[in-house]
Design a protein around this ligand. Structure first.
Ligand code: UT7
Length: 325
């Protein structure tokens, strides 16, 4: 039986030039490189320049993905940007990307599911492709979290970074078996009872300001390992697969201890896990496409590899996508 599959045709990423090592924070805050590394695994992060915006990062990542696929902007039917730090309240960053690339057709919209945004975007883009609404979708995660930091809060400002990653998802014909290339299954969840654990304290309707990030880190941590392992297992089960079939985990990069704990719960060794948190910090919706693109550029994935992506963030919202490279 022929089915339409959404296959990753290419990846691309962009990181702002400015690299900020942990030691920078120790100049103004009661913190240390030791604390940040031992509690989070983060060693450095990139911050966007003053005149560099989320759409700029997204456009650069998108151009890299197009170049790597040998495709032109007119070959793309839809652009989805996962972001919680848009340039403007509206229009969507995705329309700015569209204009920046010189695309005059198709459709473009943003998805806001905070750190789970890219997983939500990937699942939605797959739905569009399987429904025949689009043949090629540019799916981007792009963030400038440095713009929503409280620089006096050592519990949050040392953790986040800026960046963008992109993938081109393309309709290809599969057999319907879980040996097909492409997205095989996904699992998406939200539970708004936990909305106060991680949020931004401003917004258009409430305050008329953009606000700054607030997080009860220990509480989010408590939910993370359990929910991430559970969503990965649910998605694997939907694909008729199990953890022993997995070649790579490309997790949301928030905290090395969460990444290790989740791998352990899944019974997977760390040499199957792509880790970039040391270099990027937590880039929210950009973290998974950044990690995918960096690992792909290093030639780590081979055709047929089974990849699990999983993420959790504000909402709480969490989910996993299972795909074959
Ligand atoms: O991407 C969205 C999802 N977000 C996450 O997944 C983040 C989840 N949470 C975490 O990653 C961790 O909870 C953190 C890295 C945020 C914190 O690690 P923790 O081991 O949970 O530390 P904690 O919050 O329990 O704080 C331990 C101590 C506290 O001091 P007391 O109360 O024990 O005296 C904090 O005040 O560490 C203190 N602390 C710091 N000390 C030095 C908090 N931040 C810092 C800091 N430098 N930057």
């Amino acid at each position: 039986m022929n089915v339409t599959r959404a296959v990753i045709r290419s990846t691309g990423h962009y990181l702002p030039e400015r690299v900020v090592p942990n030691a920078e924070f120790a100049k103004t805050l009661d913190t240390s490189d030791d604390w940040i590394v031992s509690r989070s695994g983060i060693e450095r992060r990139h911050f966007a320049a003053e005149d560099e915006f989320t759409s700029d990062l997204a456009i650069k990542a998108a151009r890299a993905a197009l170049d790597n696929a040998g495709l032109a902007p007119e070959d793309i039917d839809a652009v989805i940007v996962a972001t919680s730090t848009p340039d403007f309240t509206f229009p969507a960053v995705a329309t700015q990307v569209q204009a920046g690339l010189g695309m005059h057709k198709g459709f473009a919209f943003d998805i806001q599911a905070v750190c789970a945004g890219f997983v939500f975007a990937l699942a939605n883009a797959t739905g569009l492709i399987m429904a025949g609404q689009a043949k090629r979708v540019l799916v981007i995660g792009a963030e400038t979290f440095s713009r929503i930091m409280d620089w006096t809060d050592r519990g949050t400002c040392v953790l986040f970074g800026d960046g963008a990653g992109a993938v081109i998802l393309e309709a290809q014909t599969g057999t319907g078996a879980n040996t097909d290339r492409g997205v095989l299954a996904s699992d998406l969840n939200s539970d708004g009872r936990y909305r106060d654990l991680l949020y931004v304290d401003g917004g258009v309707s409430r305050t008329g300001t953009s606000g700054v990030l607030r997080m009860q880190g220990r509480e989010v941590f408590r939910h993370a390992v359990e929910k991430l392992a559970a969503t990965a297992c649910t998605a694997l089960d939907r694909a008729g697969l199990q953890a022993t079939d997995v070649d790579w985990v490309v997790p949301h990069q928030a905290n090395l201890r969460i990444i290790r704990g989740t791998a352990q719960k899944l019974g997977l060794s760390m040499d199957k896990v792509v880790v970039t948190v040391q270099d990027h910090g937590n880039t929210s919706a950009a973290s998974i496409p950044l990690a995918l693109s960096v690992a792909n550029a290093e030639g780590r994935f081979k055709q047929g590899d089974l990849i699990v992506t999983e993420a959790i963030g504000g909402g709480l919202s969490w989910g996993a996508v299972i795909l074959r490279w």
